[in-house]
Design a binder for this molecule. Sequence first.
Ligand code: GLC
Length: 546
Amino acid sequence: MWYKEAIGYQVYPKSFNDTTGSGIGDLRGIIEKLDYLVYLGVDLLWLGPIYKSPMDDNGYDVSDFYDIDPLYGSLDDFKDLMKEAKKRGIRITMDLVLNHTSDEHPWFIESRKSKDNPYRDYYIWQKPRFVDGVEVEPTNWASFFGGSCWEKDGDEYYMKIFSKKMPDLNWECEAMREDLYKMVEFWCDLGVDGFRVDAVSHLEKAPFEDSDFGGSETYKPDWKKFSNLPKMYTYLEELKRRLPENMFTVGELGGGPSIEDVLRSVAYDNKRLDMIFTFDHNWANDGFDSFKDEFINVVDVKKLKNDFGKFQVGLYEKSWHALYWLNHDHPRVMSQYGNVDYHKESGKLLATILYFMWGTPFLYNGEEIGMTNGDFEEITDFRDVATVKNYENLLKEHPKNHVMTFLKTTSRDNARTPMQWTSGDNAGFTTGTPWIKVNENHTWLNVEDQMKDPNSILQYYKKLFEVRKEYKETILYGEFEFLEDETFSYIRTGDTKILVINNLSSDEKVFKHEFTVKKILLSNYNVDKSNEYTLRPYESIVLEVE
Ligand code: GLC
């Protein structure tokens, strides 16, 4: 199980590195940066979707599973990427989108032609309902991207839990599943090392009956209607049987799975996936509730501890787990739980908090330098289909300035601004016009400067990964226990004992302990060995103790 000791890194292809001047990142651009990833300590790459796509949702809307989108390059470029990555000991994990396709995929083009088309059954079609003589959608369920999860086409509706250009596949249809497995085989044969299985929670849908979810919305955000339902596990089992023995899989398990749900997917004794991404920790501040003039970032440390602790303890020795702060669907963690006024300190603290836990780290490009939310001003600065759709809906309920505060704080575009390589034009990302605004702060926040600065967040990550290797018996395999106080501190016990002390706030906090300090493993301020610290803002200290 090599993946337990791997350091993962997610590349968002569109925003990583452009070598053609198109303003959009490409595969050659990723190849160009492989040495940088080696320098950082990464040996597992998660590549966002690069299949042919109309890019309604930046590639999660696939129109041809067997080809690379020309924006990113060609299949030959992809083969080169794999070759170059292998040379450097980096494994490649592809995004695998199984819940839906693009409406421009040949299957859907066929499916919508007529009710007796052989591909009709590849998607989910339902007749309208009539309430008091008025036609309504088949159910009152909402879509994740706003509005109904049904779209009218001819005299029926097709299901789309994301955008209307992303019709949901019908997993009840065996022929459809077989076609998907064939496609998966194609990529396995090309030599990929694994898959990040997208939106896997949603493969099964509940019977099509209205939700009695409360609230005044016309369309009910009742995600349980298509999340973590029993047949999903059967489908995952089938998928696993079709994969080569050593193929690595990490699933995205949304919809608030319980520990039992998680174990049904990843438990060692009944494994459908190798590990999963959970979302609990993504909402531990007031950001998602910020319909106000300004976002006051109040982090709920207790909730955050609980969100991580439940998996660190509940899954220990029963399964493996993925560690991540954010991906392309969330705001930047520096803006969410860190503090730009304490950029260096909080950037290093965030690294310490998460990556001294057990599990496989997945950094999101830019996290290693503490990139922040985008500096978006107007709605026209945003590109994300969910953000733009949500804007229209939110304006019906909230004043415009409040909606803008909300979007600036929470939009997925915050994590999608171009990677900041240098302080130069467009942050060294492109020589053309970037597809989305480059953050102005690249003049002081970029890879090049942090490579030179021995005290940077980037250098701290490098050191941290070295410590993870050196103390792997404890950090990767040891027990985890939180200290019951208002800091974010915990103890790891394996063949050594490690005390991880974190002050996730800008207030000073006194921290005492009774261990004997053997060695200071890492810190983000100058410190001496001690049994009592007055922790400064965002101070982080890692001690080997006994
Ligand atoms: C996943 C992806 C997200 C995408 C959605 C639909 O949640 O991470 O970016 O919009 O699935 O494919």
